[in-house]
Design a protein around this ligand. Sequence first.
Ligand code: ATP
Length: 294
Amino acid sequence: MRSITLSSPAKLNLFLKVLNKRPDGFHNILTIFERIDLSDKIHLTLNSSGDIRVRCADPHVPSGPRNLVYQAAKRLKEDFKIKDGVNIDIQKNIPVAAGLAGGSSNAATVLQGLNRLWRLDLGLVQLLPYAKELGSDVTFFMYDYSWGLGSERGDSIQKLDVRTKLWHVLVVPCAPLYSREVYGELRLPQGKTGHRKVLTKVDDNVSIFIHHLRQADISAIGQGLVNDLEAVVLRLFPALEGLKQRLKSLNTQGVMVSGSGPCVFGITETHQKAKDIQNILSRRFRRTFVARTN
Ligand code: ATP
């Protein structure tokens, strides 16, 4: 096999609580990941030059060593002393730096694709350290899960046994936002409540949310959406508040910023409803999408 084409999906966070800052500078979080069917296409072709070449028509995507797919390929190539090079062509559909983890997903897809193309035969346990090193969100995409519970940096993943599929409208309205910037602006509450008590409350809330997901109780899911990063994102982009209100007024079942934003999503009962709302919002916003749990 000389080449392979793979799909690289985006994610939404339906629940995201930031627990505390770690000594390594990252944050411990508890989050529910939902894989959605908005995806990039990645085409990998072996070359005999030995070079790693990344191509993407989207000017926002770095082409050289700064691209996460380059770093993924380089680490495997060096560790397993691979002579072949690889051409990595990315067809970008997922907006960059939008809170949808497109770059992280691309990196996971390339780790999995090169494991096959270079016949490394690595199991998930051997591949996971590469994913974790590349970024906190990469790990979720190493699993074939529609729904996952992420803890620690969001890179410790537990499968959620949820069959529900949700419809969404997504709007990515403004300039890119970088997760480092958003976490940097985050002020964690210094309340008197003991840390253990806070953790118990978060655990209770996430359990209730997962229960609503299992029951496909769309109204409860919409009301239970949580994102501790949202306040920071709204401070950085106050105009997003107006977009949130607009989405709410179109009878969505819950509206929230995904991850570190600025993508804002709403939940709808049906595909048709999502398309109708997209039609309305696309008059004003260039980047609108309808997506479903994948
Ligand atoms: P996250 O939620 O993980 O922060 P995001 O959706 O906010 O993800 P990404 O699109 O994953 O953001 O990546 C944002 C940054 O990663 C940008 O600075 C971009 O230049 C860089 N990047 C590196 N490789 C890629 C890639 N293959 N696709 C998109 N962005 C990439």
